[in-house]
Design a binder for this molecule. Sequence first.
Ligand code: OGA
Ligand code: MN
Length: 292
Amino acid sequence: MSITVEQLHPLFAGQVTGVDLREPLDDATITEIDTAISRLGVLVFPGQFITDAQQMDFSRRFGDLETTVKLYRKDYTPRLDPHISDVSNLDENNHIRGKDDRLRLNALGNRLWHSDSSFKRVPARFSLLSARAIPSEGGETQFADMRAAWDVLPDRTKARLDGLICEHTQLFSRGKIGFTDWSDEERVKMAPVPQVLVRTHPGSGRQSLYLSSHAGRIRGMEEPEARMLLLDLTEHATQEKFVYTHRWTIGDLVMWDNRCTMHRAREYNETQVRDMHRTTVSDGRPTVAEAA
Ligand code: OGA
Ligand code: MN
């Protein structure tokens, strides 16, 4: 099978047709997809009405799947398989979560620019998000090309950033929206993890900024200075010219490379159902080990 890839933005992101993700795919097709995502960072597969099991099978062709963090399990009865991240506004009875629901408030953090699981020592490589129900307007997902953002930095800035190590935790990202309601036990589990600030993509050889809302400290730097630098870099990297906005249609499956892109969710009318299922392929090793 040979896929067709059509670029969606001058810098990155492509739409892929000519493949049915419900079917077992041959190795050549998986290689074609892998090559396309190395080049484009984000791939949109329209018209893929797949089940969770089919989504997991397809995702596993690219590596081991993450399981959802146990962290919230105390007040959380999962609706879905542990290998599926529930990116919906629904509770375990498929009712829309209330305004003050803790899981809903935590999920609002997805509207900050981030890279998935950068708060884990071994972060996410690919995320695959499937649209099962969408609101009538809003709820887009935006992506930013962190390679393009890196490329245009002045050489002296590049030299200053290369080799820096950041600390990431959800305490930083959720703290930014005033969500600080964590138990002591949760805080221990959310201890910061190190991540390099500049990465080289093994597939494309391109360097990129590795930023995320979860980043809050830089080793060897005073905290306000580190925070300011991270804010400035994030503002730089998410300028309109680096951003592709995906407007969802039911059946879309969007796959992105967390090593070289950031993304965020956009606001929508939460009286309507938005049901998205995500599988996440682990990057296999810590970024500090990859860089060494
Ligand atoms: C995610 C995510 C954004 C969205 O699934 O990792 O950040 O638009 N989703 O739901
Ligand atoms: Mn995300």
